[in-house]
Design a protein around this ligand. Structure first.
Ligand SMILES: NC(=O)c1ccc[n+]([C@@H]2O[C@H](COP(=O)([O-])OP(=O)(O)OC[C@H]3O[C@@H](n4cnc5c(N)ncnc54)[C@H](O)[C@@H]3O)[C@@H](O)[C@H]2O)c1
Length: 374
């Protein structure tokens, strides 16, 4: 039975455990959190084996198992490194690390040790992303020319976020979320899709700002708005926007020679993909007012019900890695992919108002589609 272990029992850990119910073949070898009370509550809620120390957790993780690093972003580098140096494969929550040099260091260690290293998000392996990718490859909209992708969450600083609790009672870590910033937290939800379809980004021209200062009364936090134009090696161009101020909009539009492919819900594996062909009615150019739904022909993957803002199966990534390990094949979620996505995200988040194109120093392959989407 493939095994995972978990470090960090906070808000997102409950979403992983809910998703794990859809993979009955995967079991949990151990769980650790440096907050003993949170560890106790979480392990009691889900009936899981707890470990008192990080070393105990690593010892409990089989060599062919996988550590899930679900700690706060500021802890990712140290924890990911400790796991790799202990000879364990790692699936890290995003971002892989807070600095590019740190992410490169992790990538180097994984390469030298032959260990798997991947970063969330994994919705790129989900039905919505794979359906859209299938439609793009099959030129449903003609040759794609431009993508507009939005990850605007609404005016979160005015939301009742202090009352948001996970299933086992962990509070939403708003201070950390505001300090890390919505771009580091969320850009990956569409960057992973874009890089998987169009390959590596050559350069990023971005701007970011903190439009609402002093959100929590503790001084400046990270940018709450960022936008970037991404230029891909393949010639593709995409505009990506992240904010926690602009009205909720999680749509992505792929604009092609023949029409537009669109999806409205980035955080829903089941979100419908629709295609509107372009037409001229009398003398007016328009997209068809009744877009048609695009579907894959067969079954895809287990779905989970909506919890809070997301209807995503958070275990698709770890399951992909465990399957790759069992079959001795490369994982679709490779260390190259994680590093490249992290570099693009950091370029976007740290852009500020000085402008200018930033050339990417890392690269990766396009992602092979899931078997059921080929
Ligand atoms: N909150 C969400 O909705 C959400 C959704 C998707 C992904 N994520 C990502 O998941 C990660 C965790 O977010 P969260 O919301 O669960 O945060 P959280 O603060 O609720 O939980 C993090 C947990 O990690 C523990 N921890 C921190 N440093 C540790 C260390 N060095 N050793 C052991 N335990 C440590 C903390 O005690 C805490 O229980 C972040 O990377 C975030 O980007 C969060």
């Amino acid at each position: 039975m493939p095994r995972i272990s978990i470090i960090g029992c906070g808000f997102v850990a409950d979403l992983y455990l809910r998703s794990l119910q859809s993979f009955p073949d995967i079991s949990v070898a151990g769980v650790y959190d440096h907050d003993p009370e949170r560890l106790r509550v979480f392990c009691t809620h889900w009936n899981l084996p707890s470990c008192d120390t990080l070393d105990a957790l690593l010892a409990a993780t089989p060599l062919d198992g996988l550590v899930l690093n679900l700690t706060n972003p500021g802890a990712h580098y140290d924890i990911n490194k400790a796991c790799l140096l202990a000879g364990r494969h790692v699936y890290s929550e995003k971002p892989l690390a807070m600095e590019l040099d740190q992410a490169k260091d992790l990538h180097r260690i994984a390469g030298e040790t032959g260990l798997m290293l991947a970063s969330a998000p994994c919705s790129v392996l989900g039905e919505a992303a794979q359906t859209l990718g299938h439609a793009i490859r099959n030129q449903v909209c003609g040759t794609p020319r431009l993508v507009y992708a939005e990850l605007d969450d609404g005016f979160i600083p005015q939301a009742a976020y202090k009352k948001w609790l996970s299933e086992s009672g962990a509070p939403w870590p708003y201070q950390d979320e505001f300090e890390v910033g919505c771009t580091l937290e969320h850009a990956g939800y569409y960057l992973t899709w874009l890089i998987s379809w169009f390959g590596p980004v050559r350069s990023v021209t971005a701007a970011s700002a903190e439009c609402l200062p002093d959100k929590t009364g503790t001084g400046p936090t990270a940018p709450d708005f960022a936008t970037a134009t991404l230029f891909f090696d393949s010639g593709m161009v995409a505009r990506l926007t992240c904010s926690i101020l602009a009205p909720h909009d999680h749509s992505i539009r792929v604009i092609g020679d023949k029409g537009v492919l669109k999806l409205n819900r980035a955080w829903d594996n089941d979100a419908p993909v629709r295609y509107a062909r372009r037409l001229t009615l009398r003398r007016r150019l328009m997209e068809h007012p009744l877009p048609r739904r695009i579907r894959l022909p067969g079954p895809t993957h287990p779905k989970v019900k909506r919890w809070g803002a997301a209807a995503m199966n958070f275990m698709l990534g770890p399951a992909e890695m465990l399957d790759a390990l069992a079959k001795g094949r490369p994982s679709r979620l490779s260390a190259d992919f994680a590093l490249h996505m992290t570099e693009v995200t950091l370029a976007m988040s740290s852009a500020g108002d000085s402008g200018g194109a930033v050339k990417m120093t890392t690269t990766c392959e396009r992602m092979e589609p899931m078997v059921w989407a080929q």
